[in-house]
Design a protein around this ligand. Structure first.
Ligand SMILES: Nc1ncnc2c1ncn2[C@@H]1O[C@H](COP(=O)(O)OP(=O)(O)OP(=O)(O)O)[C@@H](O)[C@H]1O
Length: 251
């Protein structure tokens, strides 16, 4: 995805929130968006997902499907958690039975199972944020955008978040996550985008040291776990590709 000379504001006479933003994010990469409160992180994320039209500039090669987890998930909808997630899965092209089963699997992983039959307005803020996260993951995202997930999610889900992000990037998805607290600044392999004074700059790693690229082959069913382990150990996973079975067994 390429962001080219983006200018953003809320209305034709309003002050610019962000100016001259140019960034790129390859498939399978993660960017952590840092900046103080009110710096413009949510504004940039809204433009990236397409809910805010830039006054100038453009975004090209945006991966599909886009999955958006807003800072405040709107809970004022009259559905139970299970029904809401099933509908959301169906809207994204899943058969209702498949969507319901995916929702149950994610609910189990995020300790949401006891709330599946509870209506959204009755949930606590943290629990409703879990629903917001799950609705984004029902279909594997090409681009996952998370706005301040450390704000609403409980510790168990937060601890799981780097692994969820690693699973998305392992299948070629890109991830952008904003974090004014800095809690996600050490997300393994992630690049850092800093929002300050109306500009967004990529913070480059300190120079020196050099790197060596190692190609590693694992069986297909271990790929996701291996990528997660390598990232957890602080390594950058550059690419994941499939190799035909014949070539694999000939080694
Ligand atoms: N819908 C809106 N209409 C008008 N101004 C807005 C709107 N949303 C945000 N702003 C303004 O744009 C600026 C950037 O806000 P934004 O929400 O993007 O910041 P942020 O970095 O995400 O902050 P936070 O971490 O507090 O969410 C702020 O001055 C804010 O008041």
């Amino acid at each position: 995805m390429r962001i080219e000379d983006l200018w953003l504001r809320y209305g034709p006479r309003a002050p610019w929130v962000l100016r001259e933003v140019s960034l790129s994010l390859p498939a399978g990469a993660t960017a952590v968006l840092l900046g103080r409160n009110g710096a413009g992180k949510s504004t940039l994320l809204r433009a990236i997902v397409g809910t805010l039209t830039p006054a100038r500039g453009r975004i090209t090669d945006r991966p599909e499907p886009v999955a958006w987890v807003p800072e405040r998930f709107p809970p004022d909808q009259p559905f139970t958690v299970a029904d809401y997630l099933t509908h959301m899965g169906a809207i994204r092209g899943r058969r209702p039975a498949t969507a319901r089963s995916a929702a149950r699997d994610w609910a189990e992983r995020f300790q949401l199972t006891p709330y599946l039959d509870v209506r959204l307005p009755a949930l606590s803020k943290g629990t409703v944020q879990k629903v917001g996260l799950i609705q984004a993951l029902l279909v594997p995202p090409g681009l996952l955008v998370l706005d301040e997930p450390t704000e609403g999610l409980d510790g168990a889900v937060l601890a799981e978040l780097p692994r969820v992000i690693a699973e998305v990037t392992a299948t070629g998805g890109s991830v952008i996550v904003s974090d004014h607290s800095g809690a996600l600044v050490d997300l393994p392999g992630a690049r850092t985008w800093q929002v300050d004074g109306g500009h967004v700059t990529e913070v480059l790693p300190a120079a020196g040291g050099g790197r060596r690229v190692i190609e590693v082959a694992v069986s297909a069913d271990r790929a996701t776990d291996t990528v997660a382990q390598l990232r957890a150990a602080g390594h950058e996973v550059l690419r994941v590709r499939d190799e035909p079975a014949a070539r694999w067994s000939a080694r």
